[in-house]
Each structure stands twice: as C-alpha cells, then as structure tokens.
Design a protein around this ligand. Structure first.
Ligand SMILES: [Ca+2]
Length: 358
C-alpha cells in the first residue's frame, strides 16, 4: 500500500514539473504513455566544455527529456567565484536562469587551474558579454548541502552528473555518509586509463585536482559511471559543428555565443596541441549526457577503479586491473569506446533545438 501511495505522489510531482517547463514537448510515446524526464543534478566547474555540456542539458530539458534539479559548482578549471558566475550565466543564456546554483565547498584555491585553456574567466573571456547573475555568490547555498538535500528528498530518483573535481561530492558523503548511494546514478567525467593524462603525464585534470575526493566517491557505491579521457579526447567539436548551430538560427544569441566560445577554445586547444592537429576542442564533459540520453554512442565495461593518492609522479592517476584474477570489488562502469561522429551529430541537432525560437 505504501508503495502505491509513493508512486502516486511521484506521478503528481512529475505532472507539476511538466507544466512548469517552458517549451517542454509532448513526451507521449506511441502507446500514449507519458515518459518521465530524467532528473539531473549537475556538478560542474565551467570551463568551456562544461558550458557546452550545460547548454546541451538545457536543450534536453527544453525538449522534456530532462529536469534540471539544481546545478552545483566547484573550484576547478578556474576559481570558485568564476565557476559559480559562469554556471549562472550559462543557465540564464539558455532560458533556465531560475535553476538554483550552489557555491563550491571551501578549497585551497592556490594551486593549479586550467585558465590557460579556458580563459581567465573560464569562459573564453566572454563572461563579460553576459548579464551578471541575479543572485550573488554570497547568497548561494553550499553545493554539498544542496546535494544532500536533493538526494535525500527522493532517494533513487536523481542522477548526479559530476564534470569537475569531485570535491563537492566527497564533502557531501563526508557530511552525510551514504548520501551518494541515494542517487539513481553517479556519472562522472574523469580519469585516464591505459594512456597519458592531460594535467600530468599520468593524471586527468578532474581527478588530479582532488584525488582523495575521487577515491571517496569511488568507494561510495559499486556502479560509478566513468567517461575517461580516452573517450572524451575522441570527441572534437569543430568549426563545422559550431557553424551548423549558428546558421540554423543566425539571429540567435546562443548560437553566436557557441561560435565565439568555440573559437577561443579551439585556439587554446591548438596551441596546447591536444587535438591531433584538428581545429576544434574536446567537449569532454558533454560525454556524460551522451551516456544518459544517447547510450548507443558508447560501450562500457565493468572495472575495479582505484585512484593513486600518494605517488610523487603519479598522484591522481586512475587504475584498473586487466589481469584475469577474480574481482570481487568492481565499483564502476568505464566507457572504452565511443561513436564520436554520431555523438557530435546528436549534440549539434539538440543545440539547434535550443537556439530555435519558442
Ligand atoms: Ca569540467
């Protein structure tokens, strides 16, 4: 009986969500059943590729495939005040400025960031072209508190996507042990397996920034979904992709912004020789959305993932064991193959739907 009541309450909740989403399309399937949008909590450190992922997520929400529960920001690509502002501005640009944005848990921000790739503001120095956030950083709630509140409210319902250092997630788990297990899924962009890193010879940036946090997340449940560098470095957004979006609706502000940010990111990516000579940039963080909404573009395998937290030269390295010994502690699904052409094609088509007038 309790189960039936819970299901009924959920149906009502989803009904309210559908009505409140501007532009949401009819999600009836061929049998007339209403599909439920996937509820997403997005943890991010924008970052050029974060911005592209966040715009894609807004398109999916606009189409009624996703519901954005909240966006939590973390220090990473740039300092925390910038990641917060960038998330707010990107949401406002896409028409989702009403979504709550959390501020990073306090971290030592004296270390290395990735402003040399993403611009000093984390947004290709374009953030000044967008309106300031309606709500200042000083009024924002902490990201770990938002994660705890949202996941506790509806256990098993919210998918947590993390595309920055895993500091907020680990802080939430520290404050409320078992909280990450209450997510429907935890999907992260991070790690590098059987290849070099992008911040050190061994480590990928997100994991390297806070290896202890990453290790805590990997021990929080046994089904962490991982989109590592080996996948994301195959997904290169080119000028043709950017132009395809902007030319769909030439007067669109979002379309122009996508082209401008693409130009900055492509230039720095070329200067750091990270794209095999192709003029474009890797939309690393967007692969998490491909996994959730276009899973036919990826192949994954089970693995027992560990994070190096002590090595002098290998700190932040991610490791799994390919030897054929029994593994009783597999904790992750790691993506190993990607259909990059089709992933980029669906991303572009979804961008066109975002820039299209209501
Ligand atoms: Ca990121």
């Amino acid at each position: 009986m309790r189960y039936r009541i819970a299901r009924y309450a959920l149906t009502l909740t989803m009904g309210i969500v559908l009505v409140s989403q501007a532009g949401a399309t009819d999600m009836s399937d061929t049998a007339g059943n209403r599909a439920r949008p996937r509820r997403i909590l997005f943890d991010t450190d924008p970052g050029g590729d974060d911005v592209f992922a966040l715009l894609w997520l807004q398109s999916l929400a606009k189409q009624g495939h996703a519901e954005i529960v909240a966006v939590t920001t973390v220090a990473g690509n740039v300092r925390s005040q910038h990641t917060f502002a960038n998330a707010c501005k990107t949401l406002a640009l896409g028409g989702f400025g009403h979504i709550e944005v959390g501020r990073s848990v306090p971290v030592d921000e004296g270390g290395e960031d990735a402003a040399h790739i993403h611009g000093n503001d984390g947004m290709g120095n374009l953030s000044r072209t967008l309106p300031d956030p309606k709500h200042p950083l000083s009024e924002a709630r902490r990201s770990d508190d938002i994660i705890i509140e949202k996941l506790s409210a509806v256990p098993g319902e919210i998918t947590l996507i993390a595309v920055g250092p895993l500091t907020n997630l680990a802080a939430a788990e520290e404050k409320s042990p078992g909280i990450l297990a209450k997510a429907k899924e935890v999907v992260i962009m991070g790690g590098a397996f059987r290849q070099g890193g992008n911040i050190t010879p061994c480590a990928e940036f997100n994991i390297y920034c806070d290896p202890e946090a990453a290790q805590k997340v990997f021990t929080s449940r046994d089904d962490i979904v991982v989109l590592p560098l080996g996948i994301t470095e195959k997904v290169t957004f080119t000028k043709e992709h950017a132009n395809g979006v902007s030319q769909a609706v030439p007067e669109s502000r979002i379309g122009r912004f996508i082209v401008d940010l693409w130009q900055f990111m492509a230039k720095t990516s070329m200067s750091y020789r990270s794209t095999d000579g192709i003029r474009g940039f890797h939309v690393h963080d967007a692969t998490t959305l491909a996994y959730l909404f276009y899973p036919e573009t990826l192949l994954l395998r089970r693995a027992e993932v560990r994070v190096e937290t002590k090595g002098e030269w290998t700190r932040g390295q991610t490791v799994f064991d390919d030897r054929h010994g029994a593994k009783i502690e597999a904790n992750a699904w790691v993506a190993l193959q990607v259909d990059a052409g089709n992933l980029l094609a669906v991303m572009v088509e979804d961008f066109k739907l975002l820039v299209a007038p209501e």
